[in-house]
Design a protein around this ligand. Structure first.
Ligand SMILES: Nc1nc2c(c(=O)[nH]1)N[C@H]1C(S)=C(S)[C@@H](COP(=O)(O)OP(=O)(O)OC[C@H]3O[C@@H](n4cnc5c(=O)[nH]c(N)nc54)[C@H](O)[C@@H]3O)O[C@H]1N2
Ligand SMILES: Nc1nc2c(c(=O)[nH]1)N[C@H]1C(S)=C(S)[C@@H](COP(=O)(O)OP(=O)(O)OC[C@H]3O[C@@H](n4cnc5c(=O)[nH]c(N)nc54)[C@H](O)[C@@H]3O)O[C@H]1N2
Ligand SMILES: [Mo]
Length: 794
């Protein structure tokens, strides 16, 4: 048992290219408990990121009492990161929701399930009868199980017939999905984590993997410590541990990723580093791409991004001349104004170099949350179930047949409503009923002052389904207590298509119930029926829901038809598709050079990368009749809110290693909370010196939307850029900064989104800064998070 806080990545187990990653089993048990005392171990995987690390829960006296990594798991070979070592304690927190709550006279009070569900059913019925299905909306998560999303999609789209269903994956990996649709015609991760075992160059684009998938980072560190290590390129305005370890670190101005990639592609094309034969055979769009990137010589890109032109040349040489190039992309690309356009340029790089389907090659358009992939594939986000195309009547007809509902009932006269649009519908009063499950928008959405106003609006009946009484629950008309991971059964799929089964280990507290049971209970109480009058959905528990999902996925790219619960109980992690052609799963997609892009099969016809305007079916047929991979160019566009005289800094937001999102779990794990107890703001040492600001001083950051007070942390971030972690909600009182409770980064962020993926811009706002007061040496020391993680890099 290592000190998971002081050693987030643990000890090195070096290995060479093409070798198996050695096993290292991490374990943490409740104080005083020995392995021999554990009653039983129950199979699951990590839920505090998208890595999908296989683990077993220790059960003692009916409670979760620890975790142990599974040595035979394909993803982690036994390793666990700090959040996974300690985060399970949240399940046992004394302040879990144990009963439903309903609002009377403005106050939430305890109620029974019958009373709470009656209120929900009455209101849904009334709204449905008077205003139609378009007045009901559902906003779900990237943290439930596939069974739960599939059920919610069937209820919302199939039975109620509303188009307003989306997940918080909109904030998270909408761009991952969209960029894959743009380039390959369909969502689905091309590559595999095992590509790290083979890669010669790993390029990380806006992805602080050391903090956000520490076990994946351990895998990279172990390659670096072994023979013939991979060379690393890091693109991030901050000096992250990834940047420290990289051979080359480019720190572009926030929001300039497209210009940077165009500069790199310019070099790759003009220096002849393309795989021309592969491009000819497998892609369309080469000439369009060349026409655009020709105008981005490194000097031009350098002047836009604020990085040296020679560094762009060096980066291009690194990715342009290696035989095994693996690229990863995450929020530094996804949460800015040209999110999809930028992520697609990384796909272009991989395509130009013919780097698909071989060990050590490819692209990981990463996910963030443990089951973000399932939200997308089950159709609980802006797509139809099974990566089906809303704009293809044959696909809608398949769903109608599967669900035995009239095809007209499944909304498909426009794209499914994305979250930011739903928020607008709630604001305008058009949305009258909104059911939010497993997400905490009162902290995680941009421009919180507006979000609070909308959630609190009289015209909106708000249902919040969570394990805790969150900031969002405080606005609810009805609060439903949910069982969490470990307290229910289901499957979830990580960022490299690895599916795990998560088994119920213990009972939920009080009257809390699994989300699946709640959704099914709602369907029964609403008396939802299929075309023949049978109760819909017809399934009744996790396994029957999963079997229905298997059937819905059969023949689609995300094929689960050959992957039973039984098999998942034997093999630790299987990658979809799993069907007749691939009974044991599929390590890499597109190894045979065929894509899911055929006009009759593809998930989407694509969009204009600048405006988001959907491509018409007939245009797509003409552009890509044979379903090849697509090379799509984009011009760089200036961010909507660039730094100005009044707001001279570029503000970005993101994560720390020790917390997950709005801290409902990690804030309840003492080791994690102590490691990063309060908000801080990163600024460059030079900016700090100019402002007379020292480590630990209290500073105030302002944008046109609001202000936040935080302790200053001068560090290696690029000049002119500020960074705030977004974990700290305003609800935690008393507020230690004394700044009237305002410490949520999203007080500052802007209501704006990428026109293609509709993902909000959490990483680019213009801000100003002033010092409020001197800190004390103790306060500087209390900022332990940075101290610990940076010291370990050295
Ligand atoms: N510890 C921890 N791990 C997590 C989570 C967590 O909350 N805590 N959440 C999980 C989830 S849901 C997600 S989505 C992932 C997110 O994982 P990441 O994307 O790795 O995390 P972020 O900190 O949001 O952003 C990554 C980096 O983007 C950089 N960046 C900001 N603006 C730009 C830009 O314009 N260009 C470039 N190139 N880079 C930029 C930031 O400096 C930051 O270091 O993490 C997952 N894992
Ligand atoms: N400024 C800024 N904002 C951001 C980001 C950023 O980088 N910067 N990142 C964005 C990203 S990538 C993400 S993913 C979002 C995350 O934003 P949120 O989804 O709001 O974050 P969480 O705190 O994970 O909220 C999940 C909620 O689900 C509850 N929960 C957990 N398990 C279960 C369950 O099994 N059932 C039910 N019913 N509830 C459960 C938890 O208690 C918690 O309240 O934040 C986004 N917001
Ligand atoms: Mo995320």
């Amino acid at each position: 048992m290592r000190d998971g806080i002081a050693e987030p990545w643990g000890t090195r187990t070096p290995y060479g290219p093409g070798e198996d990653w050695p096993v290292r089993v991490d374990c943490h048990l409740a104080d005083g408990l020995e392995v021999g005392d554990v009653d039983r171990w129950v199979r699951t995987a990590a839920v505090l990121h998208s890595n999908g690390d296989g683990l077993d829960l220790a059960v003692k006296d009916g409670r979760i009492a620890g975790v142990r990594g599974r040595a035979d798991d394909r993803v982690n070979r036994g390793r666990l990161d700090p959040k996974d070592l300690f985060g399970w304690q949240a399940n046992n927190a004394p302040d879990r929701l144990r009963t439903p709550l309903v609002r009377d006279d403005g106050v939430l009070r305890e109620s029974t399930w019958d009373e709470a569900m009656d209120r929900i059913v009455q209101r849904s019925r009334a709204v449905l009868d008077t205003e139609g299905p378009g007045s009901l909306g559902f906003y779900t998560s990237g943290q439930l199980f596939a069974e739960e999303y599939y059920t919610l999609a069937a209820i919302a789209r199939g039975a109620l017939g509303t188009n307003h269903l989306d997940g918080n994956t909109r904030l998270c990996t909408a761009t991952a999905g969209e960029s894959l649709k743009e380039s390959f015609g369909c969502d689905g991760q091309p590559s595999s984590y095992t590509d790290i075992d083979h890669a010669d160059v790993i390029a990380l684009f806006g992805h602080n993997v050391a903090a956000t998938q520490p076990v994946l980072w351990s895998r990279i560190l172990d390659r670096i410590a072994g023979p013939r290590p991979p060379r690393l390129l890091c693109v991030d305005p901050r000096k992250t541990p990834v940047a420290e370890a990289a051979e080359l670190h480019l720190a572009p101005l926030p929001g300039t990723n497209v210009a940077l990639l165009n500069g790199i592609l310019h070099e790759v094309v003009l220096r002849g580093w393309c795989d021309d034969a592969w491009i000819d055979q497998h892609t369309v769009g080469y000439d369009d791409l060349v026409k655009v990137v020709r105008d981005y010589p490194p000097e031009r890109a350098a002047s836009i991004c604020g990085v040296p032109a020679d560094d762009i040349r060096a980066a291009a040489r690194l990715v342009g001349t290696t035989d095994r190039l693996l690229c990863t992309v995450l929020q530094g690309f996804y949460q800015s104004h040209q999110a999809t356009a930028a992520a697609v340029q990384v796909n272009n790089l991989v395509l130009l170099r013919g780097m698909l389907g071989r060990p050590g090659c490819g692209v990981l358009q990463m996910n963030g949350q443990p089951s973000a992939e399932n939200t997308r594939e089950c159709g609980a986000d802006g797509d139809l179930t099974g990566f089906r195309n809303w704009n293809n009547d044959a696909h809608v007809a398949q769903l109608a047949e599967l669900w035995n509902v009239p095809m007209e009932q499944i909304p498909h006269d426009g794209p499914p409503t994305h979250l930011m649009k739903m928020l607008g519908l709630a604001e305008s009063g058009d949305l009258k009923f909104w059911w939010i499950s497993a997400t905490n928008p009162a902290v995680s959405l941009p421009e919180l002052a507006r979000v609070r106003k909308i959630l609190g609006q009289e015209s909106l009946f708000l249902v919040v389904q969570d394990a805790f009484r969150t900031e969002t629950a405080e606005f609810a008309d009805v609060v439903l207590p949910a069982a969490m991971w470990g307290e229910k059964t289901g499957t979830f799929t990580n960022a490299d298509r690895t599916v795990h089964l998560s088994e119920k280990a213990v009972d939920p507290p009080g009257q809390a119930r699994p989300d699946l049971d709640i959704f099914l209970d709602y369907a029964r109480r609403m008396d939802l029926r299929d075309r023949d009058g049978a109760a819909f959905p017809p399934w009744h528990d996790a396994e029957s829901a999963y079997q229905a999902w298997q059937k819905a996925s059969a023949g689609r790219p995300c094929d689960y038809s050959g992957l039973s619960y039984e098999k998942l109980r034997v093999v630790s992690g299987v990658q979809w598709p799993v069907g007749e052609a691939h009974p044991d799963g599929t390590e890499r997609l597109y190894a045979d050079g065929t894509f899911f892009a055929d006009p009759d099969y593809c998930e989407e016809y694509g969009k204009d990368l600048h405006t988001g305007e959907p491509v018409k079916p007939e245009e797509y047929r003409e552009y890509n009749p044979d379903g090849k991979a697509m090379l799509k160019p984009a011009e760089y566009l200036v961010p909507a809110e660039p730094p100005s005289a009044d707001y001279p800094f570029a503000l970005i937001t993101g994560r720390t290693l020790y917390h997950f999102h709005t801290r409902t779990k990690t804030g309840r794990a003492p080791q994690l909370e102590t490691a990063a107890p309060d908000v801080w703001a990163e600024l460059s040492c030079r900016d700090a010196e100019r402002g007379g600001i020292a480590e630990g001083d209290l500073i105030e950051i302002r944008t046109p939307r609001g202000r936040v007070r935080a302790k200053a942390r001068p560090c290696g971030i690029r000049d002119g850029v500020l960074f705030l972690p977004f974990h700290y909600g305003y609800w935690d009182t008393p507020d230690p900064t004394g700044a009237d409770g305002v410490r949520a980064a999203n007080e500052l962020t802007i209501t704006d989104w990428d026109p293609v993926s509709k993902q909000p811009l959490f990483k680019t706002a213009a801000a100003t800064l002033r010092k409020i007061s001197d800190g004390t040496p103790q306060e500087a020391i209390a900022l332990g998070d940075r101290a610990v993680s940076e010291q370990l890099v050295e």
